[in-house]
Write a protein that binds this ligand. Structure first.
Ligand code: ADP
Ligand code: MG
Length: 413
């Protein structure tokens, strides 16, 4: 099975390209599930078919659904939520306000992730295509299994032991159960296990790859570059950059101006994402809505031959990897066929600029590395290694160190 995630800034064409990709896969005979975790419910609009919360066949071999995280919240979190409401009520908060307060931020994203895994393991799908929420949320979402697992593993077992001791004492003094009941701990531990499963599935580069969708505009490209490095940090494999809404050349000055500016951006995109294929989709005369138009988008993305596989199994190591090494972080970048003497790496603001012969790569650093200084850079075996060290004083001591994955397949876990 293959899982392909589409992410990018709002409005760049994630939904459109995800739907086009899913259609192409289905047309090749793959049993494909297309789903959206974006609360902007536009997948149905792109397909021109109303979608529900369970998979419905929308074309031969293609099923689609719109996740309803609210409904999932109701069932999955009732126990945890009712404990919190109870707790707040004891503190004098009225039940309606308590209800509002217990809709935890980020919970929808957790549930979306769990749903993706559940759908992946329960159906006999050949491919899952996920139209993700805009970048910042997606990154939070992808980093979440790790962050939450860390928290649950360290904090909850201790609290739970403590709670077992406290409850009888509290009962003795008639203070009632302000300590979470076992059902809450159980729900959280179950969540922990499920998230570990999500991490395993989405972090496996032979199963899951991420596609960055962007439009050739400075602001959009800057965000996509940040996302690219951040995904490496979380250990997710990126296998394609889609440059959408590229202006075809035209006679009038206005169009020529745009085309020139976009070509300059596209040149920068090829530099920043060197090693990754960059596919262009032209700005069409109308919104690509419905299967016919989406198939045309797929043709420009993946070639006109239906035989071209839009989701081949990724091979080779990821291009960029960030992993922990003691207290330091190592950013490793594939630089094939490079002699060590030719490499120059320098930190410029939030970027690392790498010069190799006549080529230049600019990697925008994710926030965790921005708080570090570059202490070493070396090139060997076709890889560039840049060592970052947390600047003392700017690094909160309680932040968990990331560990390299034991299988060495990529980033931290
Ligand atoms: N190549 C294109 N040419 C013309 N319109 C496009 C193209 N790609 C996307 N659109 C339109 O742009 C809008 C935003 O695209 P959408 O896929 O919904 O973006 P996102 O999911 O990233 O928010 C939609 O109205 C869509 O039909
Ligand atoms: Mg969308």
């Amino acid at each position: 099975m293959r899982i392909v995630l589409f992410t990018g800034k709002g409005g760049v064409g994630k939904t459109t390209t995800a739907a086009a990709t899913a259609l192409r896969l289905a047309d090749r005979g793959c049993k494909t599930l297309l789903l959206s975790t974006d609360s902007a419910h536009s997948l149905g609009d792109a397909l021109d078919t109303p979608l529900g919360g369970t998979p419905a066949e929308v074309a031969p071999s293609l099923w689609a659904l719109q996740l309803d995280t609210q409904a999932r919240f109701e069932t999955a979190w009732r126990e945890v939520q009712s404990f919190l409401i109870d707790l707040l009520a004891r503190g004098g908060v009225d039940p309606i306000t308590a209800d509002e307060l217990t809709v935890l931020p980020g919970v929808e994203e957790v549930l979306a992730l769990l749903a993706v895994r559940e759908l992946a393991v329960t159906g006999d799908w050949d491919a899952l295509v996920v139209d993700c929420a805009p970048t910042a949320e997606t990154l939070r979402l992808l980093a979440l299994p790790e962050a939450l697992a860390w928290y649950l593993q360290r904090v909850f077992p201790a609290q739970r032991r403590l709670a077992r001791g406290i409850r009888p004492v509290a009962a003795l003094f008639g203070r009632g159960a302000v300590v979470p009941p076992d059902t809450v701990f159980d729900a959280l531990l179950r969540l922990n296990d499920e998230l570990a499963g999500v991490r395993e599935l989405l972090g496996d580069p032979t199963v899951t790859s991420v596609r960055l969708v962007l439009t050739p505009e400075a602001v959009v490209v800057a965000e996509a570059r940040r996302t690219f490095t951040a995904l490496a940090l979380y250990g997710y494999a990126v296998d394609l950059v889609v440059a959408n809404r590229v202006f075809p050349p035209g006679a009038d000055e206005w169009r020529q101006g745009w085309a020139r500016a976009q070509q300059a951006q596209l040149a920068g995109i090829r530099e920043s994402f060197a090693g990754l294929p960059v596919r262009e989709v032209p700005y069409r005369a109308a919104e690509p809505v419905g299967a016919g138009a989406l198939r045309q988008v797929a043709d420009t993305l993946y070639g006109a031959l239906p035989g071209d596989d839009p989701a081949p199994t990724p091979s080779g190591p990821p291009l960029v990897v960030v992993e922990a090494d003691g207290a330091d972080y190592l950013l490793r970048l594939a630089l094939p066929l490079v002699a060590p003497a030719e490499v120059e790496a320098a930190r410029v603001g939030d970027d690392v600029v790498i010069r190799v012969g006549g080529h230049r790569r600019v990697l925008t650093l994710p926030s965790v590395l921005r708080r570090c200084e570059v202490v070493d850079g070396r090139c060997a075996d076709g890889r560039l290694e840049v060592r970052f060290r947390p600047e003392s004083g700017r690094w909160p001591a309680e932040v968990p160190p990331r560990r390299p994955r034991p299988n060495g397949a990529g980033g931290p876990s």
